[in-house]
Design a protein around this ligand. Structure first.
Ligand SMILES: [Zn+2]
Length: 104
């Protein structure tokens, strides 16, 4: 059975700048205190399909897209089928820390 987790982004406690992935210091204000709001959905900004890669463990095409999360930061997510630009998706993280997107 597949274990999944919620996707967390990183929000500066001082100024509210929201990032993914995490950085040590906030690029806007230099703060180092972060909260970790959960994001569960986003919108596809750009999609691509990577066909079979040499050395890949999983055969076949991999569908990837940059997804603007509802919290702001853009993440790269894996899709089970080709993503469509403008599509809204649900986001989660698998046991290998990959971000997965599912049609809403
Ligand atoms: Zn900040």
């Amino acid at each position: 059975m597949k274990q999944t987790m919620k996707l967390e982004v990183f929000r500066c406690a001082a100024c509210g700048t929201t990032l993914f992935p995490a950085r040590y210091l906030c690029p806007a204000c230099g703060g180092a205190q972060w909260t970790k709001p959960v994001v569960s959905s986003g919108t596809v900004r750009a999609a691509t399909t990577v066909s079979h890669r040499v050395g890949a463990r999983e055969p076949g095409a991999v569908h990837l897209a940059s997804v603007q999360t509802d919290a702001g930061p853009v993440v790269i997510a894996r899709f089970e089928a080709a993503a469509r630009k403008g599509e809204t998706v649900l986001l989660e993280v698998d046991e290998e820390s990959r971000i997965l997107a599912h049609p809403r």
